[in-house]
Write a protein that binds this ligand. Structure first.
Ligand SMILES: Cc1cc2nc3c(=O)[nH]c(=O)nc-3n(C[C@H](O)[C@H](O)[C@H](O)COP(=O)(O)OP(=O)(O)OC[C@H]3O[C@@H](n4cnc5c(N)ncnc54)[C@H](O)[C@@H]3O)c2cc1C
Length: 815
């Protein structure tokens, strides 16, 4: 048994598949003397009992990237580190009971092909020929993924451990981290075998991540579920089939019934994600034991009965197999089911690689991503879907439990574009919430804040069921159209609680901002858009900069970017600069009043000078309350944002609403705003704007001031410009009827994939299906004919001129 070294560049806490893969990838990146500490044996957490399925399927681009990388790594790992292991690439069949499910498969197939994976859609005969024991009478078809398979999780972990050790990394088993403290810019990790001083620390403690997080003052947003799979003895037909074909049957996922069924040696392994499920260690009277290494929960089979019956109907030979073992183990969940990989919010030099629900399938990719975070401070792929900063302060214990159970019970559910999951709602309510609800508001959460997505009228179907469709049409669509047209012809009001707001004050604030953004900082009294790039010129974020005076600015950014953007600003603040950043997000609210009648409405209720031009701001009073009027409109019409203290928001709304009635003022929601901004070509953060693209690729050169002496990303952008930008942001109009293009739909030119869609929807003012996306430079010129693959069918698309489809010269917005 090794003793702990006193110094290490990185200490990883936790020796499951993910922690060990992180160690392996750090060593591979040249950080060879990192240390992993494990309180028991390697794999003793969730890893040892995992079923070991390794899917690549995901509806998320970044998760698919991570899983694809894992599968590729596992194919060669054994030979590379000289540690043979059982990894069977069996392929898998995902069954569809409904046409909507087939659409989901088609969509994922397109994404998979873009990631160089040959996923197939197969018909009933094909299913039978690949899996002869299956009942197919009620199926629509299936998705066949040739890359799927299963691996022995313990062997995988040991292989990664051997590879890491061979490169110089150290693993100390039976060594528990007990506390952490900061001393002279270093972390001191106390363990029951002594202290380790390190530069960076990684929480890879799996279902114990919350316990380890507390050592850093962090409440990890997570909960733990009990997940079971059942092992069945040999089935003669399966044994015979395997012998004859020299391979295992493909892994089966009946996603509409919600279980996986895999050949285990010559028997079967059945793992349901049951709808009526069970949280573990979720209440004060059920605390997590101090040690649960290599332990399981008692069998809990009643909940699985329906699934067992269903599986027997699907694969009748299963009825002849005897049940030999039940595995019921802890599996951690974040509120959205994706893991946490990246910087721990507010904690320097500390990272998370924990709360993995599919940690065997994702360990390879997660190790790569984590190592990049530590060694470079950035990742190759945009990994926002797994970034710990995507959850902020609303994720209390009950929220995590409710959401975790919801995700688990719907693990295989189709993700529909307009569907809002019902658990964990109303965490943060706007002062206007009741008023908007009375107007018919149908809400959705944005960083925990409830915002109206659309306004229903009497008789509209507002059920959850109605949103379970990929089609554009739905009860909301007519209302969204009315809302857009009201904004076009009269005026609309949109409540936007939770806009992230940072106040930046201090001498030198202007110079400091100039060094962070690619472009100019607006003059006092004006508003500008600031783009923040990383060293590679890739887009970190976008903020509206409201200049109060030379030394005071308000930065406004997306609700969900709150912790991410705050951290970016704080990270670049040098000590003693005298600049102070205040996060005032929770204190203010914002209402957007926009449309040709907005000036008349606001002149009637406010003392502001509404002749001030576009991109200016001023303090004003409405109904005796202070506010700031920003002359901007993300909807692309004449308009203002009214920013006011929360306490004043209802009074201001009532005054605007009352006066607005005679001008045809209508409330509008986020769905309408999305449609309106698409027509203007305005990008959204982490949809169109992400670290997958540079500022130049995103068509934002007008926001770069090349003559500035320095700004983050300048060198990379200069190089890119010199060499020629390889892909470009475009607006496409698509000959689409029923659907708009889903995120990451592939763009084709003949037989070649030439780009991808980053956001899309229907523009009601121009009456077109619009998509924003990235296309190889050669095909990005206006009126180029392309095709967009949507749910398996290619639709004609045209590259539009590099200007907004609506009001291209901004005449309406400047009116
Ligand atoms: C029944 C079941 C079946 C599953 N099947 C699959 C599957 O088929 N495919 C798949 O991808 N995933 C599956 N999973 C999920 C998978 O098991 C986990 O996602 C994965 O094991 C997580 O790995 P990890 O390294 O993050 O965490 P863990 O394996 O839990 O490792 C964390 C480690 O941290 C250690 N630790 C904790 N606290 C400390 C401390 N203070 N100091 C030192 N060490 C500490 C623990 O001892 C533990 O070994 C399944 C889970 C269950 C329950």
């Amino acid at each position: 048994m090794s003793e702990v070294p006193s110094i290490a560049p990185v200490v990883i806490i936790g020796g499951g598949a993910v922690g060990v893969s992180s160690l392996y990838h750090l060593a591979k990146a040249g950080w060879k003397d990192c240390v992993l500490i494990e309180k028991n044996e390697l794999t003793s957490g969730s890893t040892w009992h995992a079923a070991g399925n390794v899917p690549t399927f995901s509806t998320s681009w970044s998760i698919m990237n991570m899983q694809r990388y894992s599968a590729e790594l596992y194919r060669t790992l054994g030979a590379r580190v000289d540690y043979p292991m059982n990894y069977h690439v069996t392929g898998s069949l995902r069954l569809a009971h409904t046409s909507e499910r087939m659409l989901e498969f088609q969509r994922v197939r397109g994404m998979g092909r873009y990631q160089r994976m040959d996923i197939e859609i197969v018909g009933l005969n094909d299913i039978k020929s690949r899996y002869p024991f299956l009942e197919t009478h009620d199926l629509k078809g299936a998705l066949y993924d040739p890359n799927d398979g299963d691996i022995d999780p313990a062997q995988l972990t040991q292989a990664l451990a051997k590879g890491a050790r061979d490169m110089g990394a150290k693993i100390v088993r039976f060594c528990r981290a007990t506390s952490a403290r900061r001393e002279s810019d270093k972390w001191i990790i106390s363990t029951d075998k002594g202290e380790i001083r390190c530069e960076f620390v990684v929480n890879a403690a799996g279902y114990r991540a919350q316990e380890v997080g507390r050592m850093f003052g962090r409440v990890v947003p997570m909960m733990v579920m009990g997940h079971q799979y059942l092992i069945f003895d040999e089935v003669a037909e399966i044994a015979a089939w395997s012998k004859e074909h020299g391979k295992k049957l493909p892994l089966l996922r009946d996603v509409d019934s919600s279980y996986y069924l895999r050949q285990e040696k010559t028997g079967m392994n059945l793992g349901p994600y049951e709808r009526i499920c069970r949280a573990r260690w979720a209440t004060a009277d059920d605390p997590m034991p101090d040690d649960f290494s290599f332990q399981l929960y008692p069998d809990d089979l009643d909940r699985l009965e329906w699934y067992l019956r269903d599986a027997v109907e699907r694969v009748p030979i299963l009825a002849r197999a005897g049940l030999s073992k039940v595995i019921n183990g802890p599996i951690p969940y974040t509120p959205d089911g994706n893991p946490l990989i990246g910087p721990i919010p507010g904690v320097p030099n500390a990272f998370e690689a924990c709360v993995f629900t599919f940690g065997i399938a994702q360990a390879g990719g997660a190790g790569k991503v984590l190592a990049e975070w530590v060694t470079e401070g950035k990742t190759e792929w945009d990994m926002w879907s797994c970034d710990p900063r995507r959850f902020t302060n609303y994720t209390d214990r009950q929220y995590c439990v409710d959401k975790g159970m919801e995700v688990y019970g719907n693990e295989y559910a189709i993700v529909f574009p307009r569907h809002i999951w019902p658990a964990g709602r109303n965490k943060k309510l706007s002062p206007l919430h009741e008023r908007l609800e009375a107007l018919g508001g149908q809400f959705g959460p944005y960083n925990g804040w409830e915002r109206a997505n659309w306004y229903a009228q009497l008789g509209d179907d507002t059920s959850e069921r109605a949103t379970e469709t990929f089609r554009r049409e739905g009860p909301w669509e007519k209302r969204v159209q009315e809302e857009c047209l009201a904004v076009r012809d009269r005026a609309g009001i949109l409540d936007l609680p939770g806009f992230s707001r940072f106040e930046v004050d201090g001498p030198g604030a202007r110079e400091w901002l100039l060094s962070l953004i690619t472009g100019v900082v607006p003059q006092p009294g004006r508003i500008g858009l600031g783009y923040f790039a990383d060293d590679d010129g890739r887009i970190v974020t976008e903020m509206s900069i409201v200049a109060l005076n030379e030394n005071s600015y308000i930065l406004i950014t997306a609700a969900m970017a709150q912790w991410h953007d705050r951290e970016w600003l704080e990270k670049h603040l040098t000590e003693g600069s005298g600049i102070v950043i205040t996060d005032a997000t929770a204190d203010f609210s914002c209402q957007m009043v926009t449309g040709p009648a907005s000036r008349a409405i606001l002149s009637a209720v406010s003392d502001g000078d509404l002749s001030k031009e576009w991109l200016t701001h001023q303090s004003a009073r409405i109904a005796g309350r202070d506010c700031r009027l920003l002359r901007i409109s993300f909807a692309g019409e004449l308009g203002w944002e009214i920013h006011s203290a929360n306490a004043d928001t209802t009074t201001i709304f009532d005054s605007v609403w009352e006066c607005g009635k005679s001008h045809g003022l209508k409330p509008f929601g986020m769905f309408a705003l999305d449609s309106l901004r698409l027509e203007k070509g305005y990008r959204t953060w982490k949809g169109d704007l992400s670290t997958d693209y540079t500022i130049l690729q995103s068509g934002l050169e007008r926001f770069i001031r090349w003559d500035k002496a320095r700004f983050i990303g300048k060198r990379a952008l200069v190089d890119e410009k010199r060499q020629g930008v390889k892909k470009r942001f475009v607006t496409l109009t698509i000959d689409a009827s029923e659907y708009d293009a889903p995120y990451m739909s592939t763009i084709w030119r003949g037989d070649e994939i030439v780009g991808e869609i980053t956001s899309a929807g229907h523009g009601h003012r121009v009456n077109k299906s619009i998509a924003l996306g990235m296309v190889r430079a050669a095909w990005s010129e206006p009126v180029t004919s392309l095709e967009v693959e949507m749910f398996g069918e290619r639709q004609k698309a045209t590259v539009e001129a590099d200007q907004a489809l609506w009001d291209p010269h901004n005449e309406r917005i400047r009116a």
